[in-house]
Design a protein around this ligand. Structure first.
Ligand code: GAR
Length: 205
């Protein structure tokens, strides 16, 4: 029996779920990155927005989806149960805009990553997402911005930052120009950082 359990733990694919509220370009990138991977696999995409384009992307790529509302997320176990139903080992937030409830953080402690489109601690916190972040960078006159990848805790954008990458901001860059540069960094680094962190967890078993 103990031998059987050991084999199960070391041979099963590690399953990732992605939470996203919007367009889902990062989600698509991450799903594609792990498609041929022999240890890690994205098998679930969850959203609080029934019409978010990320759901369409996931369905087209053959990944199961789940939509939930505020009541389900904050006052029931339905989301945690749905994650358990897909044997989810690790959670990735990719443009997900709601604060994660304590129960979910506890259930996935040190197994939940977020990406923020700026160099935290700058331009983080409640209400700072997507274009608002890039507008704030533009208005600040900063000459560089970038991405931050961090573990999730119970406060917006305050968990431990484990990776940052930078790009220059030119004086005539618009917020859209800044967003495009930041997205390129996200596509390049987020899948690789996820892979690195998930492997650490696998090695602990
Ligand atoms: C990404 O730039 C991500 O960093 C940002 O939302 C965008 C989602 O784009 N997240 C936040 O602002 C969280 N505070 P996508 O839907 O195309 O992946």
């Amino acid at each position: 029996m103990p031998i059987f359990v050991f084999i199960m733990k070391t041979t099963r694919m590690i399953n990732i779920a992605i939470f996203a509220s919007g367009n889902g370009t990062n989600t698509e990138q991450i799903i594609r990155y792990f498609r041929e991977h022999n240890e890690i696999h994205v098998n679930f995409v969850l959203s609080n927005k029934p019409r978010a384009y990320v759901l369409e992307r996931a369905r087209r790529l053959g990944v199961d989806t789940f939509v939930f509302d505020r009541r389900q997320f904050y006052y029931t176990n339905e989301v945690i149960n749905a994650l358990a139903g897909h044997t989810i080992d690790f959670i990735v937030l990719a443009g997900f805009l709601w604060l994660i409830p304590g129960e979910l953080i506890k259930a996935y402690k040190n197994r939940m990553l977020n990406i923020h489109p700026a160099l935290l601690p700058k331009y983080g916190g409640k209400g700072m997402y997507g274009k608002k972040v890039h507008e704030a960078v533009k208005n600040s006159g900063d000459t560089e911005t970038g991405i931050s990848i961090h573990y999730v805790n119970e406060k917006y954008d305050e968990g431990q930052v484990i990776f940052q990458a930078r790009c220059p901001v030119q004086p005539d860059d618009t917020p859209d120009d800044i967003a495009a540069k930041v997205h390129q960094l996200e596509y390049e680094y987020y899948p690789k950082v996820i892979e690195r962190e998930v492997k650490k967890i696998k090695d602990r078993h």
